[in-house]
Design a protein around this ligand. Structure first.
Ligand code: ADP
Length: 326
């Protein structure tokens, strides 16, 4: 193992608020520790097209508060092939980059794991996704901001739902994870959440209707996680229209607005801690780990663990929602 002198940093896959705070933290912590930093644009694609710029401290000034990613992000098909990854490795060598910090979700860290094995490159991952679906970290960069965006939207939908006595299905992001839907429902006082984790166990719509929500309430909001497993908000709205035609049903799909906006204090602090820890990990000669937070402590999670395991959702949260939505 050689000594790392130059770190490449990239953001990949879906963007998440707080990615810029992470870029800033990695860059500044690296420079603080005497390392050179290279910013790689558009995720893995930048390694293939050679879209790389040296980053000094000023390159990351005034970005901690910005959503999105100044490094841009992309989905890169070439990187999923050995030929593409070879080109990426040669580009790294030309630039003298001897370690990578990858900020992204499940897919990006899967790519990092394969690349690290194939070319013996130290790779450190940071969990950057609004979905909170990476195992081994209590929360991911962007999740808290997205959750707060959902609350803002649901609070507004509540006004019209109440005024018209309507049943609203609000679809939120999360891919195959229900964290945004379930915690969004608890925090917004919604009546129910339909999440992929329990889609094969019970008919969550049936449960909700049978809970007798109409006895005490004229309006209701149900958060539905986008997922093939749930079928999405439209699917449930259609079902209710057919099975319970007496209800006035509406659908709102929050979509990409959940990805944007200035990161919350929580996400900025998380991104700053994880970014600084990524450089600590490199200085300690760690490789092929994701940096996470568990019980407010920084932890190193091997890629294999972070990617392969499904992050469990707490049953207790389901019970809290059920008890408080009567
Ligand atoms: P996210 O990181 O948000 O989960 P994606 O799943 O789209 O986003 O992955 C981002 C990028 O990571 C892909 O476009 C690809 O370049 C790379 N990637 C994903 N899966 C693999 C894989 N199995 N092998 C190599 N690269 C991958």
């Amino acid at each position: 193992m050689g000594i790392v002198k130059c770190v490449g940093i990239l953001t990949s896959g879906g963007d998440a608020p707080g990615m810029n705070a992470a870029i800033r933290a990695v860059t500044r912590a690296a420079i603080y520790n005497g390392l050179q930093v290279k910013g790689i644009y558009r995720g893995y694609r930048g390694l293939i097209t050679d879209d790389i710029v040296e980053f000094k401290s000023q390159n990351v000034s005034n970005i901690i508060q910005l959503g999105g990613t100044i490094l841009k992000t992309a989905r890169c098909k070439e990187f999923t092939t050995p030929e593409g990854r070879k080109v990426a490795y040669e580009t790294m060598q030309r630039h003298g980059i001897d370690a990578l910090v990858i900020i992204g979700g499940d897919g990006s860290l899967t790519g990092a794991r394969i690349f690290a094995q194939e070319h013996n490159v130290p790779c450190i991952g940071l969990p950057g996704t609004i979905d909170n679906d990476l195992y081994g970290t209590d929360t991911t960069i962007g999740y808290d901001t997205a959750l707060n965006t959902i609350l803002d939207a649901v609070d507004k939908i509540r006004d019209t739902a109440t005024s018209h006595d309507r049943l609203f299905f609000v679809e939120v992001m999360g891919r195959d994870a229900g964290f945004l839907a379930l915690n969004g429902a608890i925090a917004s006082g919604a009546e129910a959440a339909i999440i992929p984790e329990f889609s094969t166990e019970v008919d969550q719509l049936e449960e909700f209707i049978k809970s007798g929500f109409r006895k005490s309430k004229n309006s209701s909001i149900v958060l539905v996680a986008e997922s093939e497993l749930t079928g999405g908000a439209m699917h449930y709205a259609e079902r209710v229209k057919n099975e319970y035609p007496q209800y006035d049903v509406r659908v709102t799909i929050l979509g990409h607005l959940q990805r944007g906006g200035s990161p919350t204090a929580h996400d900025r602090i998380l991104a700053s801690r994880l970014g600084a820890a990524a450089i600590d990990a490199i200085m300690e000669d760690q490789r092929n780990v994701m940096i996470g937070i568990e019980n407010d402590e920084v932890v190193y999670v091997p890629f294999s663990k972070a990617i392969k395991n499904d992050k469990p959702i707490k049953r207790e949260l389901v019970n809290v929602l059920r008890a408080l939505s009567i």
